[in-house]
Unconditional design. Structure first.
Ligand SMILES: [Zn+2]
Length: 283
């Protein structure tokens, strides 16, 4: 049985598809107003989950195959197992746990973490080093899981390429065109350019996720302060992270507000000895 919300979502999807279909019949129309309506519709469509998990995974895998040729993965199992276990403990409490998540550690300079469609999350060693406690690191990973939950990158790609083109690319048996598009997306850094709304949504999912997983959500607010302190001390190490995750004061305020509204919960974990061991190991 579908819930009322699911029914509404389905109707909205069908409606959007119908409008886009009608609009596609009008390509070549030169009316400006039509163009404006089109943009609005595409924006509306960009906020609907239009890809199946399998399609998203297929895109993600094509992306990962090229992306991993450009980075240096860190393979010490003590560290990678830890990150995977921390990540999976969050996934279990996330709003999208029906897909398989893969967590990888990257040995490329700079504080960074990012998510690739299909459930691939990358954590830089420098991010682990910069986090003072486990709850700060968990907050960032929770935020990245939030981007997967919201399918933000797929929505961004839809905005750029359009639903039909993207669907065809993914479904096409000859994957050479998909590979070309992935290379283009990779070069333009398109996947990680989130809108303010998507950043806000990921922050929201992230805070709720760590809290639900029994980790102190304050880590999210503290991490913003850690970033601020680092920005003065070693700005170059933050360059990449801040270019994809700007921290306007609005984000800090929103996160603080959300945390203060969470019901009190005893036993929330701020740190762990295992995290501190990992930190010492990679110093
Ligand atoms: Zn983000």
């Amino acid at each position: 049985m579908r819930t009322m919300l699911e029914k509404k979502k389905l109707l909205y999807k069908l409606f959007t598809f119908f409008l886009l279909f009608m609009l596609s019949l009008c390509t070549g129309c030169s009316l400006n107003t039509l163009g404006n309506v089109g943009n609005t519709l595409i924006e509306a469509a960009s906020d609907v989950n239009i890809f199946t998990d399998a399609e998203e995974l297929q895109f993600g895998q094509a992306f990962v195959a090229q992306h991993e040729q450009q980075i240096k993965l860190y393979t010490d199992p003590v560290v990678t197992n830890y990150i995977n276990e921390l990540g999976q403990s969050l996934v279990r409490h996330s709003k999208r746990k029906n897909i398989r998540y893969t967590f990888k550690v990257v040995d490329t300079k700079g504080v960074n973490a990012y998510a690739v469609p299909g459930g691939f999350i990358y954590v830089h060693l420098d991010l682990i080093r910069a986090s003072k406690t486990e709850s700060e690191l968990a907050a960032v990973i929770g935020h990245e899981i939030g981007h997967i939950v919201g399918q933000h990158s797929m929505k961004r790609l839809t905005q750029v390429y359009g639903i039909e083109i993207l669907k065809q690319l993914i479904l096409d048996e000859d994957d050479s065109i998909l590979k070309k598009v992935v290379a283009e997306v990779l070069a333009a850094g398109l996947l990680f350019r989130y809108s303010r709304d998507h950043e806000r949504e990921s922050d929201f999912y992230g805070v709720q996720n760590v809290y639900d997983a029994g980790i102190n959500p304050e880590g999210a607010a503290v991490f913003f302060e850690t970033l601020r302190a680092m920005r003065g001390r070693e700005p170059s190490s933050l360059e990449k992270f801040l270019s994809t995750h700007p921290v306007p004061s609005e984000r800090v305020l929103n996160v603080r507000k959300q945390i203060s509204g969470l019901p009190p919960k005893s036993g929330l974990r701020t740190d762990s000895s295992r995290f501190q061991q990992i930190k010492r190991r990679i110093q």
